[in-house]
Design a protein around this ligand. Structure first.
Ligand code: PHB
Length: 386
């Protein structure tokens, strides 16, 4: 076999053809999401959304079929480096997609940086992922923890609240959500009089609810999500605080949870980059397709999974399926407008969505948008040098 034929054979074996032509081998996607624990249902919604976009493209992105490799990350940061390394080194995935928990996502970002693997984060808001840890091949389709917190700080200051207690889980997501809230709320003239927290994923809220009752603030700001959010909202009402001290939160508090929270969540205000009643052609089509495919209503997590796949589509199309062309992949995304069910968004220089944050009110089983709290809100991307 002469040189040309050998090279051609190798190229075909790799599924690649020459000089800017299409890459055709299967694209290996490493899905690292929680399948167990307090965030399990969030992981399912993200995967459903991700697969829905691919199905809508006929099962291929930029001409490449998709092969999935999955791990249950259990929302456990102590196992995260091992789990991500397995996907990269053993399964040789082309792209990592994950996860929900901020601590786990930071470990994934470290593995992505160390190995040069593409990473798209479909939920976890860890500010560092698009801040100090930012990289040309790391992207987020969701939000930074700062974003909904900051928007709610403005809302609550404008609503005339002065003294607020915050309560959350003690880890990056809770800390950063409260920090974003505090930044805007204190700028608007309010004061955070007490910050309460308990370790993730504990749900023994009683002692802290007693502290809130004793502090008698004007209002409470909180970050909880998944199973923990369901229990917190029910316990808040059970402790007799509902109707006495208004409870606000980053929208995760009531997203994907309303069925279980029932009457105890009615009338609550939250801020988030998605709502159930946007009633745009784009969102209506998405909701219908999702409901048909999964016999479930979508939530913010489903949207973020769907948009992670859309971002992968945009980047891959620009490099004709050759995901190794990281600079061109990134350049395409930085120019793109992602046609999301949440409304179109762009991607900042640190690779986080620049997006509208809605003010939502719970009515029945919906988080109804009652307006835009913050238009085209961009995370400050503090510490990012690319
Ligand atoms: C996070 O850990 O960043 C996190 C988890 C659940 C959410 C939102 C953020 O719903």
């Amino acid at each position: 076999m002469n040189f040309t034929r050998t090279t051609l054979a190798c190229a075909l074996a790799l599924g690649t053809t020459f000089a800017g032509a299409q890459t055709t081998a299967k694209l290996k996607v490493g899905l690292m999401l929680p399948a167990t624990g307090t965030f399990a249902s969030l992981g399912t919604a993200i995967e459903n959304g991700f697969r829905l976009h691919i199905a809508e493209q006929g099962g291929k992105l930029a001409g490449r079929e998709i092969e999935f490799f999955k791990v249950d990350d259990e929302s456990d940061p102590s196992k995260a480096v091992d789990n991500a390394t397995k996907l990269v080194s053993r399964d040789k995935v082309d792209v990592l997609v994950g996860t929900v928990h901020s601590g786990v996502a930071m470990a994934m970002a470290k593995v992505a940086k160390d190995t040069g693997t593409m990473l798209i984060v479909p939920n976890a808001g860890a500010d560092a992922v698009t801040g100090a840890m930012c990289a040309p091949h790391i992207f987020r389709s969701s939000f930074s923890n700062w974003q909904p917190g900051y928007a709610m700080g403005e809302v609550m200051a404008k609503r005339g609240h002065k003294n607020v207690v915050t309560i959350t889980w003690k880890y990056a997501a809770g800390d950063e959500s409260v920090r974003g809230f505090r930044e805007a709320f204190e700028k608007g003239g309010g004061k955070v009089v007490k910050e309460l927290a308990l370790p993730f994923p504990n749900v023994e809220f009683q002692a802290l609810l007693t502290e809130i009752a004793a502090a008698r603030p004007d209002a409470v700001y909180t970050f909880f999500a998944g199973g923990g959010a369901v229990k917190f909202v029910k316990d808040y009402a059970g402790a007799g605080l509902r109707g006495k001290i208004p409870l606000y939160g980053a929208g995760f508090l009531t997203d994907g949870t309303l069925e279980a929270q029932g009457a105890d969540a009615q009338g609550m205000f939250t801020t988030l980059h998605y709502a159930d009643s946007l009633n745009t052609a784009r969102d209506n089509a998405f909701r219908l397709a999702y409901a048909k495919a999964y016999k479930l209503q979508p939530d913010v997590y489903a949207v973020q999974g769907y948009d992670a796949a859309q971002m992968l589509s945009v980047g891959l199309a620009a490099v004709k399926g050759d995901i190794g062309k990281k600079a061109e992949f990134a350049a395409a995304l930085r120019k793109a407008k992602i046609d999301s069910p949440r409304g179109p968004f762009t991607i900042s220089n640190s690779h986080n969505p620049v997006q509208d944050i809605y003010l939502r009110e719970v009515g029945g089983k919906e988080n109804k948008s009652i307006g835009i709290a913050s238009k085209a809100l961009a995370d400050p991307g503090r510490g990012c040098r690319m």
